[in-house]
Design a protein around this ligand. Structure first.
Ligand code: SAM
Length: 219
């Protein structure tokens, strides 16, 4: 006899994943081969969670702010619709994890895309996929975004769910040199800096449940 959680894992989650993939391909048909290649690397969110947990354990990275989770792909389409990115933008996913959001932005908008993550294996696999799929204008970097120059980015996405108040302060001080009009999407909590104004706030679904997205603009 299976438990409800096991039944969900065996039957409901694969159906939800297939539905999400179909929605992404409907939104951006060029994503079809990319979705397939990404699924070969990560069959589902749980596989990425395990990769992150194993590497953090091996490297003694104990900080709660590194906890892994994913934005549901369909939720991110809602964010993309709001951002209205053009090929002139530079989109940076601060903490890109398995990198799917970067791949979608790259294929759907043609803008320059960068994904930063502290976990080596995400970056290696992301760049390997970029190479095998022959993608242009996208790269993944093994960087701590709190230590990185972010001044060239014009649109940022960051899940702040496990951040401490001091992490939000560090993020805000990194973004204060960005030019007027730069958009920053934060999840769970907004930027408090007087240098940013709130454009939109809405609820989305994530692997950890419903949560809030804040779209802010550098004044
Ligand atoms: C919640 S996951 C989000 C993954 C992806 N952006 C998404 O929304 O589906 C957060 C990721 O940020 C990374 N991360 C957290 N703090 C970081 C830091 N200071 N520098 C680089 N990566 C970081 C973690 O390793 C993790 O992969």
């Amino acid at each position: 006899m299976y438990s409800l959680a096991e039944l969900k894992y065996m039957y409901i989650s694969p159906l939800q994943d297939a539905w999400q993939a179909a929605q992404v391909i409907r939104y951006c048909p060029a994503m079809e081969p990319v979705v397939k290649a990404h699924r070969k690397l990560y069959a589902n969110t749980d596989e990425a969670v395990v990769i992150s947990m194993d590497e953090r354990q091996e490297r003694f990275l104990g900080d709660h702010s590194l906890t892994y989770g994913e934005t549901r792909w369909v939720s991110f389409i809602r964010v993309l619709d709001s951002l209205k990115l053009t090929p002139k933008d530079v989109f940076i996913d601060l903490g890109c994890g398995a990198g799917f959001l970067c791949l979608l932005v790259n294929q759907a908008t043609g803008c320059k895309v960068e994904g930063y993550d502290i976990i080596h294996r995400f970056i290696e696999s992301g760049n390997q996929l970029v190479q095998t799929q022959g993608l242009k204008n996208i790269a993944f970097y093994n960087r701590d975004f709190f230590q990185s120059d972010l001044s060239h980015g014009t649109a940022f996405y960051i899940t702040c769910t496990c951040f401490k108040p001091e992490d939000m302060d560090k993020l805000e001080s990194r973004l204060k040199y960005n030019r007027s009009g730069t958009r920053v999407v934060t999840i769970t909590r907004p930027l408090k800096s007087k240098h940013f104004r709130l454009l939109e706030k809405f609820k989305l679904r994530f692997s950890w449940g419903p949560d809030l997205a804040y779209i802010q603009e550098r004044i």
